[in-house]
Design a protein around this ligand. Structure first.
Ligand code: NAI
Length: 765
């Protein structure tokens, strides 16, 4: 049995409270967001600040203005009684037990016995939070531990107390999965639950060992990042992101509640250098200086010897690259300082995670999930252990005279995961495998593919047959597309037709669907002066897009994360898009001096024409969207930009999109072939050129922005042709390719591409 949640109260409008309120509003549900009253003109200033934070364009917590309208702000003195008819009240005030308990007493007086009350506490056990509270309160009470930023982080740790009613847990579980889009993990009431228990250990350990081994932040982050399958912020970048002062508090609060023999204590102490940084206000991104300072080309990094900021250069090596591609074992086996640091940190983290079995959780998959959903690790600790190999790991620990965690030793010869055709299984305490159980709606391709055999595969893409559909997966770095990716896509469409499958689904479970065409492959062509090769690649891209569109079978894309540039052109040519609420889409090629040439300009132009029925306005909108490289931060924004069609859909839980794609495949309508399009011609082309030169004069555009803009204008208007000239789809494809090639030959575009690849920076030339 579950209750229906129609109205929610959130108390505390700081980082977390505002985030929770935003995500509830994103689900279309009314929220009351309260904070303390303030002196002065605006009594609701604190809650208002929380709401404002949700509108930060860098990290928007809201998906639409409609969602914003669902948030009512107020204060706990004047508006407390408005919580009386809420179905769920989420407390997210400061981490102080006495304040939280006082608040609960007030809630007992105000709310009915039906109201579910939860705390967002990161550290306080539920038994302490509810101490002395009446049974009726305890039955309705749980911990809902969200992660920051709430809209984007997928994990929710749900903790029940001894008295919490099943109905309360079921309601929160279902609501959070279905309406807030979270991956819910039911946790024991143990310190730090799962993700922070392992995550805080990992970063404290990496920080301390980096100091001990005299590695610079840039070096430590280059190791404790992509080569481990962790986010590229690494360890010091993550400290800056979270706030160095907050991390000191978090570590301290874990020290207070963990048993004395917990290995965390070894790494918990704040070293003198870090303590001084906090005193000096060098607390991280929120103060614009922490271990790093500044952004882009001006980025600096702290020098541990002098305490001064020095210019930052990304640390690169063949070893790190190889490890990123082939797995972390490559790095662990290297005897150099990076290999040594990697082994020391990772072996500590993996041993710590294994030591939590079976007391903190009996299920290794829960820890793996917590780290993947809460810390954005690509693989969890036990998946990493399987990759490294238990034998290698245990032998090395033994050689070093270190203890091997009991659970690992007991199951030395077994992997944690087993992948028979009937579904992925995970090792239990008893030494037997049990199926990994998710809700009925969750289907993760990363898990599913382990039980399937690829029908065709190369280094950057694969396709699989599943439930009579061809599922195409990109799997290169950032899922960048090259000729090999298109070979697999093309083969999947061809084979699916030949085999009489139901359709084709383009999907992957990585952080991003695809960040576009591989700039490395473009660079390779201009460095060897082989523009024919580049043209052949573009033709291959365009033909594959047409092949998908013209196939007799439905082609569905289920993009999660970013689909930009060429990645978005693939999405644009599918018959139906089944996106996630947090999917980001756009054509951003102009920033590297190129234009979309896999049919992106063509499709956006057609779509604006369909949406507006006004060819001049359509051409103008396409010109602006592509020229400015507009990004839609949610599918709702995407529809406003004509990037998606009303028939496309989006869903809050990214773990659901593949299942929805599979179940809707038979109902998808094929997109008809494009009829020739009426072009707006020379006068309109001149108007766009005038707009470009005016903005160049005002210094709003750079000279090369103007050159790129002229090429976009040429495509969407037809250039010097007469107004009303008809263009076929192929004419538009040809125009795209011609412009792309002329830009790729220009030194300015080449300089932009080199800057992006070598320094990770956008060059404004
Ligand atoms: P915060 O400091 O950003 O916000 C706390 C807010 O609560 C402030 O706006 C404050 O004015 C308000 N407040 C304090 N006492 C209040 C009271 N009696 N009544 C109403 N409002 C009151 O804190 P943050 O980071 O949002 O943390 C909130 C809770 O979430 C804490 O329990 C924390 O441990 C937990 N948490 C924090 C995470 C993070 O990344 N910041 C992640 C997960 C959990």
């Amino acid at each position: 049995m579950t209750k229906k949640i129609k109205k929610v109260g959130v108390i505390g409008a700081g980082t977390m409270g505002a985030g929770i309120a935003g995500q509830v509003a994103n689900a279309g549900i009314e929220v009351i967001l309260l904070d303390l009253p303030t002196e002065g003109e605006d009594v609701n200033a604190l809650a208002r600040k929380g709401l404002e934070r949700l509108k930060n364009p860098e990290m928007p917590g809201l998906i639409s203005e409609e969602a914003e309208a669902l948030i009512y702000i107020g204060n706990t003195r004047d508006d407390f009684d408005k919580l009386a008819d809420c179905d769920w009240v989420a407390e997210a005030i400061v981490e102080r037990l006495n304040l939280k308990q006082q608040l609960y007493r007030n809630l007992i007086d105000c709310c009915g016995t039906d109201t579910i009350i939860t705390s967002n506490t990161s550290t306080i056990p539920i038994a302490l939070l509810t101490k002395g509270m009446p049974n009726s309160f305890c039955q309705n009470f749980a911990i809902t531990h969200f992660f920051n930023p709430v809209r984007f982080m997928r994990l929710l740790e749900l903790v029940r107390g001894e008295q919490t009613a099943d109905e309360v847990i079921d309601t929160l579980n279902q609501f959070s999965e279905m309406q807030l889009g979270k991956g819910v993990i039911l946790c024991e009431d143990k310190p730090g639950f799962l993700a922070n228990r392992v995550g805080v250990f990992a970063i404290q350990c990496a920080l301390n060992l980096a100091f001990e081994m005299s590695l610079s932040p840039a070096e430590a982050d280059a190791v404790f990042g992509r080569p481990f399958g962790f986010p590229k912020t690494g360890v010091f970048g993550l400290y800056d992101l979270i706030g160095i002062d907050l991390m000191v508090d978090v570590a301290q609060s874990l020290v207070n509640i963990l048993p004395d023999n917990d290995p965390f204590h070894k790494y918990a102490k704040t070293n003198e250098f870090v303590a001084n940084m906090v005193t000096n206000g060098q607390t991280g991104n929120k103060n614009n200086q922490g271990f790093y300072q500044g952004l882009g080309g001006d980025r600096k990094v702290i020098n541990f010897n002098s305490g001064e900021y020095v210019s930052f250069a990304r640390v690169r090596s063949d070893l790190l690259e190889k490890s990123e591609k082939e797995g972390v074992k490559v790095l662990l086996q290297d005897g150099g300082p990076h290999g040594e640091f990697a082994w020391k940190v990772l072996s500590e983290v993996l041993c710590y995670a294994a030591s939590l079995l079976p007391d903190v959780t009996s299920n290794p998959a829960d820890i793996d999930d917590a780290m993947k959903l809460g810390y954005n690790w690509i693989k969890g600790p036990f998946e990493l252990l399987d990759n490294i190999g238990h034998e290698y790991f245990i032998n090395r620990l033994t050689e070093e005279g270190r203890p091997v965690p009991v659970f690992l030793l007991k199951n030395a010869e077994k992997n944690f995961y087993n992948a028979p055709a009937e579904g992925l299984q995970v090792l239990q305490e008893t030494g037997v495998y049990a199926p990994i159980v998710h809700s009925n709606d969750t289907l993760r391709f990363s898990e599913l593919k382990q039980t399937l055999k690829a029908e065709n595969s190369n280094a950057v893409a694969s396709w699989y047959e599943y439930k009579e559909a061809a599922v195409v997966e990109f799997h290169s770095k950032a899922n960048a597309l090259d000729s090999d990716s298109l070979d697999i896509l093309s083969d999947a469409v061809y084979e699916a037709e030949k085999r009489g499958l139901r359709g084709i689904i383009v999907h992957n479970d990585s952080q991003h669907f695809s960040c576009g065409v591989s700039l490395w492959s473009v660079r390779e062509c201009f460095e060897i002066n082989d523009y024919q090769k580049l043209d052949n690649f573009l033709k291959h891209f365009q033909n594959t897009m047409l092949q998908m569109r013209d196939s007799s079978l439905p082609v569905v894309s289920a993009p999660v994360g970013m689909s930009i540039g060429g990645g978005f052109e693939v999405v644009l040519h599918t018959d139906q898009v089944i996106a996630n609420t947090n999917s980001v889409m756009g054509l951003v090629e102009s920033s590297v001096g190129l234009i979309p040439s896999g049919g992106g300009c063509k499709e956006v132009l057609y779509r604006w024409n369909e949406k507006l029925g006004d060819s001049r306005q359509a051409a103008w909108n396409a010109f602006m969207n592509i020229g400015l490289g507009k990004l839609a931060n949610s599918p709702l924004e995407a529809e406003k930009l004509a990037f998606t069609r009303p028939t496309d859909s989006f869903h809050v839980n990214r773990d659901h999109v593949l299942g929805i794609a599979l179940s809707t495949l038979n109902k998808v309508k094929k997109t008809p072939r494009r009829e020739p399009l009426r072009l707006t011609g020379k006068t309109h082309f001149e108007e766009m050129k005038l707009w470009l030169s005016t903005n160049l004069e005002k210094e709003l555009l750079t000279p090369h922005d103007q050159t790129v803009g002229i090429e976009i204008a040429r495509i969407v208007t037809g250039g010097d042709c007469v107004e009303g000239t008809l263009a076929t789809e192929q004419d538009l494809f040809n125009a795209e390719r011609a412009s792309f090639l002329s830009l790729a030959k220009s030194p300015e575009t080449q300089a932009r591409i080199v800057s992006m690849l070598d320094a990770g920076q956008t060059l404004r030339n």
